[in-house]
Design a protein around this ligand. Sequence first.
Ligand code: ADP
Ligand code: ASP
Ligand code: MG
Length: 410
Amino acid sequence: MALIVQKYGGTSVGGIERIERVAEKVIASYHQGNQVVVVVSAMSGETNRLIDLAKAIDPRADARELDVLMSTGEQVTIALLSIALIKRGYKARSYTGSQVHIRTDSAYNKARIMDIDAARLKADLDSGVIVVVAGFQGADEHGNITTLGRGGSDTSAVALAAALKADECQIYTDVDGVYTTDPRVVPQARRLERITFEEMLEMASLGSKVLQIRSVEFAGKYNVPLRVLSSFEEGRGTLITYEEPNMEEAKIAGIAFNRDEAKLTILGVPDQPGVAYRILGPIGDANIEVDMIIQNVGADETTDFTFTVHRNDYDKAMEILKGVSRQLGAREVNGDKKIIKISLVGVGMRSHAGIASAMFKTLASEGINIKMISTSEIKISVVVDEKYLELGVRALHTAFGLDQPVAATA
Ligand code: ADP
Ligand code: ASP
Ligand code: MG
């Protein structure tokens, strides 16, 4: 008998009819002889609605209370799905994150799962119960409710699969797998039959929100067999694999992009040891994550320094940078919130030279100016003006041979 963890995202449980359809899918898996744990998100739009309610009272609403509020979205869907299963004559039982002891740290709004007590779930499963668990939430050691960051139900599912040593973790969503890029932006995007764990990790961290990055990290750490599938149509979806790819594998697996970028520049700072630290130290102290960093070659004993942050952190970072600028006697501080990052990802890059130049050539031929570049073994990222997002991603998708073959006419 196999143990399967299935996760259904917000769109998949977006209304009563859809929840009833999820119930049918869960039952089908149960009838194949599987023990099934189901993790559900809140109905689509619900988490945003709850956040808006809090922000209407206080834009800087208390983080602990926000978690109490946001976690209710998932509490609704676990109960509704269980009601649908029980109506159909099955034994089902719903649990919130804290009830099944998904223990997290105390970082409200972005908590990390520390451990899960699987005993209660195992006992239920062994007596034939379909277990329905609220995604996106847990509780810290003092019993405070925590949430895991947007998209966190993916991580709940993978963590449960790891704790229960499940045979597969299935992420059901509104697309039928992981694509070469977001199919909403590039209609010619292709579904990947498989993608390596390393590539999926890069895609997620570079902005492909089909899986929350922490879910991929968890899957890698515990070797959880992970598959992304459609809730709405049959199919095999995309398997995340842990083997080394063969050499014939495509050079580029996919293109990720991130709209949440902003960049800040401090000009004319003294070109001396310790300057990078004096600039980025206070940014780090304010809990602002820095992504790309560029320091120019110094001229006339001064240099320029540019870095990127999440757009939500831009104002705070700018305020800090202005203070730093006064201390360092810098010439000027400026910034740009209208930038985005596009990244090519592929383990095949390791064995192929010339990917970067081909990327730059493609962007140049579309008249797209590159503002920043960063590379690693398996990815190349560029920062460009946000107005070039669609054009840039589509041009690269075609140039690297990722477009779906045009259907042959019969
Ligand atoms: P859920 O509510 O089921 O968690 P999400 O909206 O979080 O769904 O994730 C699914 C969405 O991810 C898709 O609708 C798609 O627009 C987006 N997406 C971004 N990049 C990709 C990609 N490379 N492959 C598939 N989907 C992607
Ligand atoms: N409901 C939460 C969110 O919208 C978690 C999730 O859907 O994964 O971010
Ligand atoms: Mg999601």
